[in-house]
Design a protein. Structure first.
Length: 212
């Protein structure tokens, strides 16, 4: 039986994807910040949002993403800059919260900051503007596509592997951030907590906006 993807090629893709998934980037930094700011309940929602954006990128790849990037590079840069501005605004919002006077007791402590429109939407926007995603779909994925085979089944299998690995790694990053937040509940530590979230998001914004 003729398989949709050559097994050796698929195993190589899995190895490359595993390295890319665990390498810190805007999405993983956002996962940490999301878990820290919103807790464990928001981690999965954020990852689902980012996975939705990844599916959008796979759809674009099916329509010829590489050709679109070559023909309209400025459009993709604008998308990246807009995403960087949004993530940077979330980071500055957290830093602004850190600049407020520290509460004197747990009862006076402010509620966790609201980063943006919610973890699902924020995650979707972060991944949609993630230059690491553009690099993946324009430079990493195409060599694994076999032009002699049907493209749709290949993309489906590559998407399953990508989404699965991303879900595991980004959830791990997010749950790590949430675990860190649980030990930072004392009022006197709140300022450092907000600074950490802000710096993570500002760093993610820089990675999005400054990558060529």
């Amino acid at each position: 039986m003729d398989l949709p993807v050559d097994p050796d090629r698929y195993l190589t893709f899995l190895a490359v994807m595993a390295v890319m998934a665990v390498t810190p980037g805007p999405a993983n930094l956002f996962s940490v910040a999301n878990g820290m700011a919103r807790g464990r309940a928001a981690v999965v929602a954020g990852v689902v949002g980012m996975s939705g954006a990844t599916l959008v990128w796979f759809g674009a790849a099916a329509l010829g993403l590489g050709a679109l990037v070559t023909a309209f590079p400025a459009v993709f840069r604008v998308v990246a800059w807009a995403g960087a501005a949004y993530v940077g605004w979330l980071g500055l919002k957290s830093l602004w919260a850190a600049a407020r006077p520290a509460p004197t007791s747990a009862a006076d402590a402010p509620p966790p900051i609201r980063l943006g429109r919610g973890p699902l939407v924020d995650g979707f926007l972060v991944q949609l503007a993630n230059p690491k995603a553009v690099l993946f779909f324009t430079a990493v994925l195409p060599p694994f596509m076999d032009p002699a085979r049907d493209a749709a089944p290949q993309l489906a299998l590559f998407a399953a592997a990508t989404l699965g690995m991303d879900f595991l790694t980004m959830s791990a990053y997010g749950l790590g951030g949430a675990a860190l937040a649980r030990v930072m509940t004392r009022p006197g530590v709140r300022r450092g907590f907000d600074v950490a979230v802000g710096l993570l998001l500002v760093t993610a914004a820089a990675l999005i906006g400054l990558r060529p």
